[in-house]
Design a protein around this ligand. Structure first.
Ligand SMILES: [Zn+2]
Length: 280
């Protein structure tokens, strides 16, 4: 399992080329790109020349020996995932062009209907909403990993598994699975071992820590209460084939004016990840 770090440890609008350079300098050889951050700022991703910009990003990563493995896709504020002009589709194309294997996407929240009795509705609507995106991902050569988010139905494993099963059944040949976010799970007290039932639906991870309900703190592992020993044992039992993808940006953002401290935090992220992977 390789250790992957993300550009979202740098503030929104931070130069993407500089972000990739700093990840590489800190010892990371594989990266995740927080594309959602580049929608909110007037950068290359939202420009008319976004395809050229994408190729520059790809070339730059290759030139410094940094593999682009994953990205955080772009979601829609509300409604349906069926507008091909939306940045959600552009994000998938970006991934296809750069060789990114997994685009992590958020399900839609059905406001006020997150109790277990609405799970069937959540599953059916999600399969419908994600369908066109899954097809587009297949066309452009990438995969979609649906993330557990910090609201109740989106943190229950059964409906998430049912969404993946439904999408796999309807879109043969498409790559679709779950991105398990450890911090979001900890907010709801979901034990690490509970993800075993996901089996091969678990394709990637968002690794960060917190102190449980209610704050989504996105801290470096061991700054919170998550059980990293149980987690790594579970991944081994599942024969998990994906990578160890950090999403622990909180302390880095707090240290935005202190490059020395940021560099120390990045080293700490790398060291603690190695420690977790080596846990007996
Ligand atoms: Zn996440």
């Amino acid at each position: 399992m390789r250790i992957v770090n993300t550009t979202c440890i740098f503030p929104k609008g931070y130069d993407i080329f500089k972000a990739l350079d700093r990840l590489k300098s800190a010892g990371f050889d594989v990266a995740d790109i927080a594309l959602d951050y580049y929608v909110e700022t007037n950068g290359g991703f939202v420009s008319d020349g976004w395809r050229e910009w994408t190729m520059e990003v790809k070339k730059h990563a290759e030139s410094i020996g940094l593999e682009l493995y994953q990205c955080h896709g772009v979601g829609l504020p509300e409604g349906f995932y069926n507008n091909p002009n939306d940045y959600a589709y552009r994000g998938l194309e970006f991934a296809g062009m750069t060789g990114i294997k997994w685009v992590v996407m958020h399900p839609q929240e059905i406001k006020g209907r997150t109790a277990p009795e609405f799970d069937n509705e959540f599953v059916e609507k999600s399969i419908k909403w994600f369908g066109p995106l899954i097809e587009h991902a297949k066309e452009v050569g990438t995969g979609v990993a649906i993330e557990n988010l910090p609201w109740p139905n989106c943190n229950r494993i059964a409906p998430l598994a049912a969404i993946v099963d439904g999408l796999r059944a309807e879109h043969s040949g498409a790559k679709v699975g779950i991105c398990w976010d450890t911090g979001h799970a900890n907010i709801f007290g979901t034990r690490p071992s509970e993800i075993k039932v996901l089996g091969d639906r678990l394709v990637t991870l968002h690794i960060h820590d917190n102190h449980g309900w209610p704050d989504d703190e996105h801290q470096i592992p061991y700054y919170g209460t998550y059980d990293w020993t149980e987690f790594i044992h579970t991944l081994r039992e599942m024969d998990y084939k994906g990578e160890f993808v950090l999403e622990a940006h909180h302390q880095m953002i707090d240290a935005a004016d202190d490059i020395e401290l940021q560099n120390r935090l990045m080293r700490e992220m790398l060291e603690v990840s190695h420690k977790i992977l080596a846990l007996p």
